[in-house]
Design a protein. Structure first.
Ligand SMILES: Cc1cc2nc3c(=O)[nH]c(=O)nc-3n(C[C@H](O)[C@H](O)[C@H](O)COP(=O)(O)OP(=O)(O)OC[C@H]3O[C@@H](n4cnc5c(N)ncnc54)[C@H](O)[C@@H]3O)c2cc1C
Length: 349
């Protein structure tokens, strides 16, 4: 059982900034995310796109914002459960909560902050009859650890950046990489398209277009796929099949937690973004209230106010006096201390 003060569901920018604000109040955080990496939409959808409306950053790449948020929160030693979806919540008699993921990992905390954005990103799966049987037996929709594919025969399908980038990366890891796409044209960064072209000419990527993987084979695990290209059917040996057709967000199991939902978002009050379940807050893109704007800076503001209320619930009767970080400095949970240089009292002769 993982124990923490604030359990954050969603490691997007809102969840990541919560770690920092909670840390200032000496509260520890643990984050759960269905994706294998933190950053939410910023790292999954547009890591290489510039954002122009983050205060203090005239321009910052979404991927760099994620890196900075992780760096800013690092001193408060957040825990992460990645690649798992928060599935159920159970209120305990003392008012705390146990949240269990789809893989059975249990988390216990007095406060739950749902920072689930548009919902958990679920992979778009190809319509192949027995695909569910081969999931985790050779079929994967995310690449968590590229080493799994070392010296293996890998078939990737898809026509976007993920399919291109992973084909390029795995060309040096796997024994054989085949990229299958239903069109001849790819929709991705120009340098990635050119790199795949170059690797194809070098014989390091086997490109099959226009084509689709239409059947999977193997007894206990995947050992081959059928690729259909027009009237032709190609039977290919494969240890792994990785369909990368993008992700679609779904509010998913959180929608069944007894929370008030309006238009696929969680209704909150505007005092501290608490939901209709005391102790459960919803911040960032996942919430709704009058005047709501789905912007990163709004998520940061909501996280800041939410942490103040979380502090009061965890420390009843204790008064918190707001201190400027420039004045108080920051004591990390890792023993580090950051502070502005102190003024000296010294006579000048
Ligand atoms: C192309 C694009 C451009 C954008 N440009 C801008 C911009 O210029 N400026 C701006 O302010 N905003 C921009 N946005 C919007 C901005 O990205 C969002 O407002 C922001 O990402 C919201 O952050 P969040 O942390 O609330 O949610 P998200 O970033 O959506 O993160 C939520 C996370 O929660 C996880 N999750 C959800 N449910 C579960 C569950 N049950 N279990 C486990 N994990 C779960 C998801 O996997 C996800 O990683 C843009 C968005 C897009 C798509």
């Amino acid at each position: 059982m993982i124990k923490t003060d604030i359990l954050i569901i969603g490691a997007g920018p809102t969840g990541l900034f919560t770690v920092f604000e909670a840390g200032l109040l000496k509260l520890r955080c643990h984050l759960i995310d269905a994706l294998p990496q933190p950053g939410g939409q910023c790292s999954e959808i547009y890591p290489k796109k510039p954002i122009y409306d983050i205060p203090g950053f005239p321009e910052i790449l979404a991927g760099d914002l994620t890196k900075n948020l992780l760096e800013q929160g690092k001193q408060f030693k957040p825990g992460f459960t990645l690649g798992e979806r928060a599935e159920t919540i159970e209120k305990q008699t003392d008012g705390s909560f146990i949240v269990t993921t789809n893989k059975g990992t249990q988390h216990h905390a007095p406060i739950v902050a749902i920072a689930g954005g548009l919902g958990s990103f679920e992979p778009r799966k190809p319509l192949i009859e027995n695909i569910a049987y081969y999931e985790d037996r050779g079929v994967e929709y995310f690449i968590k650890d590229p080493e799994v594919y070392r010296d293996k025969k890998v078939v990737i399908s898809g026509g976007g950046d993920s399919a291109l980038d992973w084909s390029i990366f795995l060309a040096d890891v796997a024994s054989e990489v085949t990229l299958v796409h239903r069109r001849n044209e790819f929709r991705g960064a120009l340098d990635s398209v050119e790199k795949v072209q170059e690797l194809k000419l070098l014989g390091k990527i086997n490109l099959v277009t226009p084509a689709e993987v239409t059947a999977l084979h193997g007894n206990k695990k995947l050992d081959g796929v059928t690729i259909t290209s027009g009237d032709e059917k190609i039977l290919l040996e494969a240890d792994h099949f990785i369909p990368l057709f993008g992700l679609s967000p779904k509010l998913g199991p959180i929608g069944d937690w007894g929370l008030e939902i309006e238009k696929n978002a969680i209704k909150v009050d505007t005092l501290d973004y608490q939901t209709n379940i005391p102790g459960v807050f919803a911040i960032g893109d996942v919430n709704t209230y009058e005047g709501k704007l789905k912007l990163i800076l709004c998520g940061f503001h909501e996280a800041t106010l939410m942490c103040q209320s979380a502090y009061k619930i965890i420390n009843p009767g204790k008064k918190y006096v707001l201190k400027y970080t420039t004045v108080s400095g920051i004591d990390g949970f890792d023993g580090t201390r950051k502070e502005a240089p102190k003024a000296v009292v010294q006579a000048i002769n």
